[in-house]
Design a protein around this ligand. Structure first.
Ligand code: NAD
Length: 356
């Protein structure tokens, strides 16, 4: 049986889940883990029994036996340098979103992967959500006719939102709606986004980190399809770790409404009150099985490498998603619609906004 040596760099929440999934897979010859926090490294080492555990990702780069690397580090500014070094060393890479912080960084990563002939993908885990896979199938089979409108409304609890928004100055569009822009563009391919109009509203987060509580973006596709994506992260703490999503897709021949609000799993304990287990975007390991997206996504990438099949998410697609949420950021800041691809004028507005 074909097997590979794999590594996970950054074994926090997501990387920890990826490492656990890999530790249980027959496709993995040896697992290597890397984490800069010694106590977290020790925790994940105890969970996964890896061949090696290191504090320095250069040890992963320098090990020629490792052919597949999952990069799950934060803050998000670490994505580009670590992915660049892994790709340059000829490793196949799954990088968590965002692909990079700057468009030129994304371009460079894509170019290195092409040059080295390795597989490079971005962790847009929602494509492994069965409801979203079903939407893709329905649209591809023409069940809905020509799709006219897609609406996605996603809200996270403020505990999750604070964690995300505190570590890096990225907007709800960049950090949350990014998943929805990814899968909606995937559903509507080969249509491409050509115009973005977005607005953000301040509330709970503003005093804490200057971020919007929510952003709503309208995206026009080049075939006229209208996409509306809303992402927020201010649900009260009584929804710990909660993520709820409502999706409406309408077409000339039908409609598909997807309730992904996870209210069908409702745990209430004296100690912790209401909880909605298995609702977070990556999902979670539940004893012998993974409930959610990140487990199957992790194994899918391994199989793509072993069977030489294209991974689910092309990095060029992730680059279009990145350009779209940057357009949303510019639009929310200026109050004007922004056309895609981004013009020099829009790129300058983006730099002005970042400088502020
Ligand atoms: N696909 C999804 O559904 C999903 C969900 C949540 C987060 N994410 C993305 O996944 C990434 C990780 O998020 P998280 O919530 O797991 O973050 P986290 O902060 O829990 O974990 C990140 C870990 O990376 C470690 N780290 C940082 N620099 C490192 C380095 N140089 N070498 C080794 N380890 C290093 C940190 O110590 C930390 O433990 C983020 O980029 C986030 O955007 C994806």
């Amino acid at each position: 049986m074909k097997q590979v040596e794999v590594a996970v760099i950054g074994t926090g929440w997501c990387g920890g889940m990826r490492a656990v999934t890999l530790s249980m897979s027959a496709l993995v010859d040896k697992l290597h883990i890397c984490e800069i926090k010694p106590e977290r490294l020790a925790e994940v080492k105890a969970l996964t029994n890896p061949a090696t555990a290191t504090l320095d990702y250069k040890d992963i780069i320098d090990n020629p036996a490792i052919s597949v690397v999952y990069i799950s580090t934060t803050p998000e500014g670490t994505h580009y340098p670590i992915a660049r070094d892994c790709l340059k060393a000829g490793k196949n890479v799954l990088l968590e979103k965002p692909i990079a912080l700057e468009l030129w960084e994304a371009d460079e990563l894509i170019a290195i992967a092409r040059d080295k002939g390795v597989k490079f993908t971005i962790g847009y885990s929602q494509r492994f959500n069965p409801k979203i896979a079903y939407a893709k199938k329905s649209v591809a089979e023409g069940k809905l006719g020509k799709v006219v409108n897609v609406m996605v409304s996603r809200h996270l609890s403020r505990t999750l939102g604070s964690k995300i928004a505190n570590r890096v100055k990225l907007s709800p569009a960049a950090m949350e709606s990014t998943h929805d822009l990814d899968f909606v563009f995937w559903l509507l391919a080969p249509a491409k986004p050509v115009k973005v109009y977005s607005q953000g509203a301040y509330g709970y987060m503003k005093e804490r980190n200057g971020s919007y509580d929510c952003m709503w973006s309208t995206v026009t596709m080049d075939d006229g399809t209208l996409v509306v994506v809303g992402g927020g992260w201010n649900l009260p703490p009584s929804y710990p770790n909660y993520c709820g999503t409502w999706i409406e897709i309408t077409g000339t021949e039908g409609a598909l409404i997807l309730d992904d609000t996870s209210r069908d799993n409702w745990l209430n304990t004296v100690a912790d009150g209401t909880q909605y287990p298995m609702s977070t975007m990556p999902g979670e390991q539940v004893d012998h099985m993974f409930a959610g997206q990140m487990g199957p996504e992790t194994l899918h990438f391994l199989e793509s490498v072993l069977l030489d099949r294209p991974p689910m998410v092309a990095p060029e697609h992730a680059r279009i998603v990145m350009e779209s949420y940057l357009a949303a950021d510019i639009s929310a800041d200026t109050g004007d619609p922004v056309t895609l691809p981004l013009s020099n004028f829009s790129l300058a507005a983006l730099q002005d906004m970042k400088a502020r």
